[in-house]
Design a protein around this ligand. Structure first.
Ligand SMILES: NC(=O)c1ccc[n+]([C@@H]2O[C@H](COP(=O)([O-])OP(=O)(O)OC[C@H]3O[C@@H](n4cnc5c(N)ncnc54)[C@H](O)[C@@H]3O)[C@@H](O)[C@H]2O)c1
Length: 300
């Protein structure tokens, strides 16, 4: 077990631990200090993609599934966690078949703390060191704030935001063990920055992820774990299907996007893969907007 001091927030005014000092772990081998830090770039193209596995929540569909396939294509083992266990297993089989990587699909509800712990143990046992997390599991919960019920608010915040923190906590030790090169990507949204009248819980949860990204960056940066978010615009996935089924909705969105089309899940997955790779070795605590230019022209 790690020392409790590593899990405990310092009290206000407590002396700050020097940012470069490695944290000592009790009960596990203490690797060289440099192994705890982010890889150091010495030129162009001299850093390989980490050989570690990646956990992808919501990997049974849409952006999570495309991210798992993109990561598998780059040779990384993948643990696909989804509350839809059949979809997770099917996608894992596809990653293994198409890209020859080790892959596991598990039925995991990301809001359940106990299932996270056992999923980490099982994924680590089957895939070896885990050096990445993509939190793509997400739900919409459309309801205007004037008519919002508490259950909807709680469910959306639990899946989209609270789970991001719980997953980070659950995977912290294995990410540390897999260093150098460990990284986390939260799938936020452009709705983190613009208001949508029918999505108050969703907007709040996605904005919260950006705050979590910065806080986790501050804590985990000195340990060499990078934390970033991706903010997609309109992506053609099952989540958006009810909206796209409305007459003229697709055309409306396309007309307001400078690139003239909706994103495909692969457009987001390639950015996720970049952020988890050593090509992004100095990128942490930030978010990348991937929206075809929608927010740049203020047309959301
Ligand atoms: N589609 C878009 O336009 C869009 C835009 C911006 C951000 N996003 C975000 O991207 C992420 C992926 O969305 P998507 O569009 O691929 O949706 P999707 O519905 O295709 O996939 C979401 C997946 O999350 C899983 N999931 C939901 N709740 C879960 C839970 N409690 N535990 C485990 N798995 C759970 C679902 O089973 C599903 O497989 C979400 O966080 C979403 O908010 C989507």
């Amino acid at each position: 077990m790690p020392p409790t001091s590593r899990k405990t927030a310092p009290s206000p005014g407590a002396p700050k631990r020097p940012g470069t000092s490695p944290r000592t772990r009790t009960g596990t081998s203490t690797a060289d200090a440099s192994a705890r830090r982010a890889p150091r770039r010495r030129g162009h193209g001299d850093l390989a993609t980490p050989g570690t596995a990646v956990v992808i929540t919501g990997g049974g569909s849409g952006i999570g599934a495309a991210s798992a396939l993109a990561l598998a294509q780059s040779g990384r083992a993948v643990a696909i966690w989804d509350r839809n266990g059949a979809a997770a297993k099917a996608l894992a089989a596809r990653c293994a078949d198409e890209h020859g990587v080790a892959a596991i699909g598990l039925r995991v509800d990301v809001t359940a703390t106990t299932s996270l712990k056992s999923a980490v143990r099982r994924s680590r046992a089957e895939l070896g060191p885990i050096g990445g997390l993509v939190h793509a599991a997400g739900i919409g919960g459309p309801a205007p704030v004037s008519a919002l019920d508490e259950a909807t608010w709680d469910e959306v915040l639990d899946v989209n935001l609270r789970a991001g923190a719980l997953l980070t906590r659950a995977l912290h030790d294995v990410l540390l063990d897999a260093n150098p090169g460990s990284a986390i990507v939260f799938i936020s949204s452009i709705e983190a920055s613009v208001g949508s009248a029918f999505l108050p819980a969703y907007c709040a949860s996605k904005a919260g992820l950006l705050g979590l990204t910065r806080a986790a960056c501050a804590e985990l940066g000195p340990e060499g774990i990078r934390v970033n978010s991706v903010c997609p615009g309109a992506v053609d996935t099952p989540l958006l299907a009810p909206l796209l089924a409305m007459p003229g909705a697709r055309e409306h969105l396309e007309s307001r996007t400078p690139l003239g089309r909706l994103a495909q899940p692969e457009d987001i997955a390639s950015v996720v893969r970049f952020l988890l790779s050593d090509d992004a070795a100095y990128v942490t605590g930030t978010s990348l907007v991937v929206d075809g230019g929608m927010t740049a022209v203020g047309s959301v």
